[in-house]
Design a protein around this ligand. Sequence first.
Ligand SMILES: *Cc1c(COP(=O)(O)O)cnc(C)c1O
Length: 387
Amino acid sequence: MSTPSFLPFALPDIGEEEIAEVVDALRSGWVTTGPKTRQFEADFAAFIGGGVEAIAVNSATAGLHLALEAVGVGPGDEVIVPSYTFTATAEVVLYLGANPVFVDVDAATLNISPDAVRAAITPRTRAIVPVHFAGLACEMDEILEVARTHGLKVVEDAAHALPATYKGQKVGTLASDVTVFSFYANKTMTTGEGGMVVSRHADLIARCKVMRLHGISRDAFDRYVSKTPAWFYEVVAPGFKYNMPDTAAAMGIHQLRRLEGFARRREEMATRYDRELAGLPLHLPARPAQAGDRHAWHLYPVRLLPESGIGRDDFIVRMAEAGIGCSVHFIPLHRHPVWRDAYGLTPAQFPVADAAFAAEVTLPLYTRMTDEDQTRVIATVRTLLSA
Ligand SMILES: *Cc1c(COP(=O)(O)O)cnc(C)c1O
């Protein structure tokens, strides 16, 4: 009997259309931000709907930095973030000379807890960055209400949440200030590296556009196609270098067209995991509170219950021995030396996030997995948990 090959934790799903479009960009002579980025931005804004504008950037991290700068976060300000996230959510706050204030998450969803947000507000608080963990939208009505009451900005870290909905509305069209999506290699669609900043506020979009490219008032393509002299530009602010190249946007154009199919396949796989892992000593991921709402299923995070009789680390080793790649989301930020030491954070301050981390395993879920691959994952999990 042959040993099945190793099933990686994640793989991008790149088709021939993406490849042909990238080749077209390479042959065109225009490889930096240009016509393909313009098209990708227009297509993305149309996909999200609700009258938003979209600007493409070279990562979601860059997008979060631009968004927080645009809403006015500056030195000495405080920005409330969950501890249960990727470090990018907090690092961008520090880039601006502001301080992240870490709060705990809700035990059922592992999304930022609105009560913890309320308790963390001080006169210095400027903004809240909710993270839609795994692709399940946060309790946005409560968060937006807290923000309104206290005059705070809301920038959504929607790196996991394409396409997710909250109370029937797409994430990206809610009443927050800015929403940022990621097209990193393992996200629900990819441009290799990339992200999208989405907002209904023309002033915020204008600021992000300028700061995305050195604080220059016109980008290279605009200068190339415009009637005023191509050599002329003005630098109006000390900006960044965060624009998306057309080689990446070329992938994005086709990934976006396939997104609905990707999302359906992810939903189908999550539903199968839910069904066939039910009854095991596992805490399965939360689903949207409102029927009909969409979970983006970027991740399928399970938590081992104490009666499983196996520790999380051992479980991952045993899965790897069976040829299956798993991961952990997340090592909470209060456990990383950079945040722990700078802010004197302890696990006791984040009991929910810390307990979740100790028990969490992310199972593989991506569109290039076959039904047989998933059968293997389920069978291996069942074997490990019934031993
Ligand atoms: C992936 C991720 C990011 C960063 O995305 P990049 O596009 O890689 O910069 C930010 N926040 C969360 C929660 C993520 O998972």
